[in-house]
Design a protein around this ligand. Sequence first.
Ligand code: SF4
Length: 60
Amino acid sequence: MPKPKVNEELCIGCGTCEALCPKTFKVENGKSKVIAESCEDCDCSEVVSSCPVNAISLES
Ligand code: SF4
């Protein structure tokens, strides 16, 4: 399973990732944090492509 990673320098805290995948992402203090070890429900590609500033990448 891929492990998503958020680049906090780029993240603007829009909440899109948390809305799409609340088990994996949590926005706190204006920055998204990955709260899951890996994405269990999907391959995260939708979340990655939905981030407006391309702050999410995947590590396998
Ligand atoms: S979708 Fe991107 S910019 Fe928006 S909170 Fe998530 S990581 Fe940050």
